[in-house]
Design a protein around this ligand. Structure first.
Ligand SMILES: CC(C)(COP(=O)(O)OP(=O)(O)OC[C@H]1O[C@@H](n2cnc3c(N)ncnc32)[C@H](O)[C@@H]1OP(=O)(O)O)[C@@H](O)C(=O)NCCC(=O)NCCS
Length: 175
């Protein structure tokens, strides 16, 4: 099934609720998007709302969403975050890259990153950076999408007592 992408969608109450729901479901399916399961909307919503307050044209951050072409269900999303620092305005940090757990493993994650790359090039960006939680094999996924590991802080993410994961930085050159 194909995806339809939308940059800077209207942040209607329906879309906000759909993003929070997807974020909760992706987290509870074991995703590494800022939370450790189990979580529910009460924990995710305030974090999402803080992010929504800073996205949109003319705002530092931007939201890219992907809808299923058939039915229009929200299938995935990511945020482009600015460092809010003039010397780093030529690249963006990708945050909260996620695909609906029911739709993972069908190439949607790769398609979402390809669209982010297309948008980044259209903006004239030099590159895209992201950080990920080690120990989940995510490096392989991003490497296949053209990202290379450029840094790793050992044990910087404490998922639970006795379970420290590396904070891995990946970079996608766009020039
Ligand atoms: C990571 C994610 C966006 C990939 O989306 P997707 O639609 O499943 O990706 P694709 O179908 O394009 O690619 C799937 C491939 O990536 C691999 N992959 C996906 N997630 C993976 C993970 N957590 N660990 C290891 N490999 C993973 C799959 O094994 C698959 O490889 P294969 O084709 O050789 O079997 C999705 O799994 C997701 O939303 N995860 C939860 C949120 C998350 O952890 N995001 C990462 C933030 S840094």
């Amino acid at each position: 099934m194909n995806l339809r992408f939308r940059l800077d969608p209207d942040l209607t109450p329906e879309l906000r609720a759909a993003v929070v729901e997807l974020w909760v479901r992706a987290s509870n399916a074991g995703g590494a998007v800022g939370f450790v399961p189990p979580v529910d909307a009460r924990q995710v919503r305030p974090v999402a709302e803080r992010q929504f307050a800073e996205v949109g044209p003319g705002q530092p951050d931007r939201l890219l969403v992907a809808y299923e072409e058939d039915g229009g269900r929200l299938a995935g999303l990511l945020f482009f975050a600015s460092m809010r620092f003039e010397l780093m305005e030529h690249w963006r940090l990708l945050k909260r890259v996620m695909v609906d757990p029911d739709l993972q493993g069908r190439g949607h994650g790769a398609a979402l990153l390809a669209e982010a790359e297309r948008v980044g090039r259209a903006w004239g960006l030099a590159g895209l950076k992201l950080t990920l939680r080690g120990g989940m094999g995510l490096e392989r996924f991003y490497a296949r999408c053209g990202y290379r590991e450029v840094g790793r802080v050992p044990g910087a993410i404490r998922v639970a007592d006795g379970d420290d994961r590396d904070d891995v930085t990946m970079w996608r050159e766009l020039r």
